[in-house]
Design a protein. Structure first.
Length: 193
């Protein structure tokens, strides 16, 4: 079973997270940040990952610590659930249309952390959510589960559509990358990822 449970407690956040890579898309998300709840719910649904997240954070300051630390926990959960990455496809990409927005993502679960982030979100906020936190989330995620993740906006004017398209596209790319290819091999000529 490719599952993981992560807990992280700091002076700023207290997080518990459970992940099943081979789920059906069920989620139970309570981050203290409504927009992030929405993004993680659709991330789980589109990746077919079962995901439970509970976060008590210092949202009286702002959402930064919660968003970043949840990214750390989710990346750590992927890393733990993938173990030595034996039998995974390794690569995945997805071009996702979301109304006027068109978002491309591509992932290589390589063991090397690289985020190439090219989203141009036109507003500073979506509701109360600071849009600069989208990049912070994906940075924390890719640092905690070292991978190359390319995220590129090909079209889009609506901030909500751009960010939602990004989370959905990444979920679909990761779904493909973590899928099992029927072998018992580590997908690298180096023999390790």
């Amino acid at each position: 079973m490719r599952t993981s449970e992560i807990t992280r407690k700091t002076a700023e956040t207290d997080i518990s997270l459970r992940l099943d890579l081979d789920g059906t898309g069920k989620s139970h998300i309570d981050t203290g940040c409504g927009f992030l709840n929405h993004m993680l719910t659709l991330f789980a649904a589109h990746g077919k990952f079962d995901l439970t997240v509970k976060c008590a954070g210092d949202t009286d300051v702002d959402d930064h610590h919660s968003v970043e630390d949840i990214g750390i926990c989710l990346g750590s959960a992927f890393r733990e659930a993938l173990a030595d990455k034996r039998g995974i496809t390794r690569y995945g990409s997805f071009l996702l249309p979301m109304d006027e927005a068109l978002i491309l993502s591509a992932a290589d679960i390589s063991g090397r952390s690289c985020l190439c982030y090219e989203l141009e979100i036109p507003t500073e906020k979506i509701g109360t959510f600071d849009t600069e936190l989208v990049e912070e989330f994906f940075l924390a995620f890719t640092r905690s589960c070292p991978m190359s993740l390319h995220l590129r906006q090909l079209a889009g004017k609506n901030s909500h559509h751009i960010v939602e398209g990004a989370f959905k596209s990444v979920a679909r790319s990761l779904k493909a990358a973590v899928s099992l290819d029927g072998s018992d091999q580590i997908p690298s000529t180096k023999g390790v990822l």
